[in-house]
Ligand binder design. Sequence first.
Ligand code: ATP
Ligand code: MG
Length: 392
Amino acid sequence: MMFKAFLIKYGEIGLKGKNRYLFEDALMRQIRFALNGTGEFEVSKEQGRIFVDFTSDYDYDEVLERLGRVFGIVAICPVVHCDDNRWENLTKVVGDYMDAVYPDKAFTFKVESRRADKNYPKKSMEISADMGEYLLDRFPQAKVDVHNPQILLNIEIRQKTYIYSLSIPGPGGMPVGTNGKAMLLLSGGIDSPVAGYMIAKRGVRIDATYFHAPPYTSERAKEKVIDLAKIVARYAGPIKLNIVNFTDIQMAIYEKCPHDELTIIMRRYMMKIAEYIAKKDGCLGLVTGESIGQVASQTMQSLAATNAVCTMPVYRPVIGFDKNDIVEVSQKIGAFETSILPYEDCCTIFVAKHPVTKPNIRAIERSEFHLADVIDELVETAITTREVLICE
Ligand code: ATP
Ligand code: MG
């Protein structure tokens, strides 16, 4: 195997003092977690850079794929080691590297060197110039271009020498765990997994709550949501999923409230229950997959009515996205195929033919008053009987 290590580049803008350490430590932790099981490796930090050094065999594609899901990584550079730094050996290793990585030798290049080992007999500038000369000799079709090279070849002399020129884009964002925790209302649809992904990308850990309504919603619908949580967890890390039985609350609303307000009232109780669990578990906000105007329950008036029951901030990362934009992200993160499986959702089963699109909050509150006798106990039961799973 050619590449023995990876240099991890991350965005440093705005990272100062203590924040920088938190960011780097969280990123290292997430990298270790993501690579768990791929082989023997060490993650280290040096002069504002993170290295992953493999000491065993590993699957290159698998490692790249997994690193490609770690938020905070801007680029991944596969590195070749050279243990014997003597010049004749180093030139040979670098030449062999270029030979193997670039089959077409009509490239332009520039060599950039760093010398962490100050005892090395050549200075950085000399290393670059002499290596450039060696490569021109060895590959007569190649040309040096110091301003706009096709290949930027990096040589870093430390105890070992690190050689790299490839840079594979990472997902960007911030390492999960640097920005607290939020509660995602996760349904089986397309939007909420995307919302969870987007919030996790900003460094936020995710818990999730799913409301199901057996026997109206099936075991398979529940499995689908668990699968979606696992897909989001590939990026966000392990997700604690609360599965709340919503049937009795839904039935009570159905029996006692006007049918055109069902969806809004249901959504309000979902938010209340999710917020209760969120507070108990140390979350700092709620996350939904709502997008303005997508359905009757997502008009500005409906969102206001839903929002009114929450005291925590509600984050809606896809609020301004068209469905197409959301689908694009869903496909990119590998959730789409699962999201479109045709299992029933608890919201759609009791849905009214003509739901209100401009609910009046006072009117909704008056309707909810019909639930006064039963609702507290139903909510309490729903919360205490919830099932909790760790999805990873
Ligand atoms: P999604 O594709 O995420 O299911 P949607 O377009 O179907 O969204 P709604 O059903 O109105 O929209 O739901 C809006 C948001 O409310 C969802 O994105 C999700 O965050 C939350 N939500 C809806 N149903 C449930 C549920 N059964 N369990 C948990 N959260 C839900
Ligand atoms: Mg839905």
